[in-house]
Each structure stands twice: as structure tokens, then as C-alpha cells.
Design a protein. Structure first.
Length: 368
């Protein structure tokens, strides 16, 4: 992503220190024409102009100040954009459903952090991505973008898009390992629901002080074409804790195999009396100025005592054609199949239980 740096300079004695500082404005604008349909009596298709089909649309500011001795102070403010309707996305104040902000507002919902980095690693404070999210985003060829090819596990799961801490946590304290550990990397996080110490649930009078507290960790290794990481997270809710564990891996072959990249993810989660499991495999293949990518994902709910286990499977195939380093055209086709009472559908569609949903998408993405 090309950066536009604004040098921060000042006169006299402060000039030397401020000359080592910088501010970066960055973003993505992504729009697509999408057609999705479901299956079943009376269910029609839907044509939409959508956003974020290849990458999430966003606008952000980040900056750093060199403190000397290998240390730096940093900040990162990033908001999500719905450029098809000129709206933003809400944030969350306490990692609970009660803390969701109003829809459509512009807020720094994607990331809002200040940090101190150095030879020890990085200490980061604010609203940030939870460790377990990264495996779901990185090891799916389509990522978790809003397009029809996006990660089925993420959009269907108990701990995915719908959970307050499925992607990010507010009020977090995070630590990231330094980058020079021979290929090993890692992250730990603790985030607070910020309830009063004597907070009680109505009627039950059970303590509610830890509602929305999140703990998470991720450890991985990258080297020689291999990237593998294990992550886990737990959010404490009065209605039942949400636990997520996933293992992701990818391998990129050398030029003799056209730099083919194979990816996979194993996923398990639970909330209350419901467990769920997911698996994903995929690939990315560079072709000239573009890339072919495909994924197959399977997600199964396992409610306690239920005879049927609702299961949905998704197959997606896409092509991205790079017009330049910053601009690309893309096309995706996808299909979701359901069984055992599941009724998952592609965005904008509604499908009957045990039926399918399919769609196509054509879009353009520009980074700055």
C-alpha cells in the first residue's frame, strides 16, 4: 500500500526530535455489483451495489515517533467505510451487546490504539484485533471481507462477525513478540468489559463484574514458505462464555510451482450449551498480473442434546486482476449448501432450510 508521509518538523531545539516522526494517511475504497439468490418457494434473488468485496473499505491514520535506542511511540486510528451508501460502522464500548453504537456512524471501529515498541516487542493499548481472529482472516484466500467469497466460518460462527469480540475487543491491553525471533511470532491480549465491581444481574443477583472480559493468545511460526499458527480466546458473558480455538496453516511453493499457496484452517468454538466445528481448505495461484483463488469451508453447529447438527458448506472461486499496484478488478462466484436444518445464505439472499444459496460478484478495489 503506497504511503503518503507528512513530515512533522519544528524549529529550534525540538526540531531534531520531531524530524524523526511521521504521519501516514491510508485507505481502501472497494465496490462491487453483487447478485445473490436462495432456494425455496417464493424466494427471489437480489441485486446490490455492495462494498468490500475484495478488501474492507477503510480510512485510517497512523503515526510513529522515533524515541531512540530502537524504541518508538505509535498510534493507529482506522474506521470502516460503506462507500456504496456513504456510511460507517459502529464500534463497541464494553465488549457486550449493550455497548454497540448506532449503525451507520463514522467511528474508528476497526482499530484505535497507542503503543510503545522496542527490542522487547510492542505494548499496545486500545481497541484492537483479538488474537484468534487472525487465523480466520489470514488462512482463507478470500479473508473476512464482505464479499460473497468471504470466510464461511467467520460469518456463520458463534464467535465470528456477530459476537462483540469476534473480531476486535475494546479496552484492551496487548503484547506482541519482537520480530527477530527466528520466524516465531505471537500475541497476547486482555480486554475489559469495564463493569462496576458490585454489578449484579437483574433478578438473579449474580455478579456481573466480568461480563465482556476477554483473554486471548496466538503463537505461530513463519519461514521457508511455511506459516502456521495456533490461537485461542475466551470472552466471559453472563449468558455463557464464548470460547474459540483455531489452527491455521499455509505453504507457498517456489517459482517451479508458480508460487502456488495452499491454505487451511481448523476451527472450534462453544457458547453456553452449543458447540461448533469448522474446517477450511483453499489455494491462491498467481497468474500474470492477477491471481486465481478458491476455498471450500464446512461449518457444523452441535447444540447439546440435539439429534440434528445443522451443517453448511461453501465453495468459492475468484479472480483478481491487478491494473496497478493499488488498483484491481475482481470477480467471484460462490455457493452455499445446507443440511440438517441449516439455512445459511449469501449476503442479501434468504434460503429455505436444507436448500442452497448462490451468487456472483464483479467489483473494483483501489488502495491509497
Amino acid at each position: 500500500m503506497k504511503k503518503y508521509l507528512i513530515a512533522l518538523a519544528a524549529a529550534s531545539g525540538a526540531g531534531g526530535a520531531l524530524a524523526q516522526s511521521s504521519l501516514t494517511l491510508f485507505g481502501v475504497v472497494d465496490a462491487a455489483v453483487t447478485y445473490t439468490k436462495g432456494s425455496g418457494p417464493g424466494l427471489a434473488g437480489k441485486t446490490q451495489l455492495t462494498n468490500s468485496g475484495n478488501m474492507f473499505s477503510r480510512l485510517g491514520f497512523r503515526g510513529t515517533e522515533d524515541l531512540g535506542g530502537g524504541y518508538s511511540a505509535n498510534f493507529w486510528l482506522e474506521m470502516g467505510l460503506q462507500n456504496d451508501s456513504a456510511q460507517g460502522f459502529p464500534s463497541n464500548s464494553n465488549n457486550q451487546a449493550s455497548g454497540n453504537g448506532p449503525a451507520g456512524v463514522l467511528s474508528f471501529n476497526r482499530r484505535s490504539t497507542v503503543s510503545l515498541a522496542g527490542p522487547f516487542g510492542e505494548l499496545r493499548l486500545g481497541r484492537d484485533y483479538v488474537p484468534a481472529f487472525w487465523n480466520t482472516a489470514i488462512f482463507d484466500p478470500f479473508g473476512t471481507g464482505g464479499g460473497i467469497g468471504a470466510n464461511q466460518i467467520y460469518f456463520s460462527g458463534l464467535g465470528g462477525l456477530v459476537a462483540p469480540t469476534g473480531t476486535r475487543a475494546s479496552n484492551s491491553i496487548g503484547y506482541l513478540l519482537p520480530a527477530d525471533l527466528g520466524g516465531f511470532y505471537g500475541q497476547v491480549m486482555y480486554a475489559m468489559g469495564e463493569n462496576d465491581s458490585n454489578s449484579l444481574l437483574p433478578a438473579t443477583q449474580v455478579s456481573n463484574r466480568h461480563d465482556g472480559d476477554h483473554t486471548g493468545a496466538r503463537l505461530g511460526y513463519q519461514g521457508g514458505g511455511l506459516n502456521i499458527a495456533l490461537a485461542t480466546g475466551r470472552t466471559r458473558y453472563a449468558s455463557g462464555d464464548l470460547r474459540v480455538t483455531n489452527l491455521g496453516a499455509s505453504y507457498t511453493f517456489d517459482a517451479s510451482l508458480m508460487n502456488l499457496k495452499l491454505t487451511s484452517e481448523l476451527y472450534r468454538e462453544s457458547k453456553g450449551s452449543t458447540d461448533a466445528k469448522g474446517v477450511l481448505v483453499g489455494f491462491q495461484l498467481p497468474i500474470g498480473p492477477g491471481e486465481i483463488k478458491a476455498s471450500y469451508a464446512r461449518y457444523r453447529l452441535e447444540p447439546a442434546g440435539a439429534l440434528l447438527k445443522p451443517t453448511s458448506s461453501k465453495l468459492a472461486i475468484g479472480y483478481v486482476h491487478n491494473l496497478s499496484k493499488r488498483t484491481a478488478l475482481y470477480a467471484t462466484i460462490a455457493r452455499i449448501s445446507n443440511s440438517n436444518g441449516a439455512s445459511q445464505a449469501l449476503s442479501g439472499a434468504i434460503t429455505a432450510p436444507n436448500r442452497a444459496s448462490s451468487g456472483t460478484e464483479f467489483g473494483m478495489r483501489h488502495m491509497f
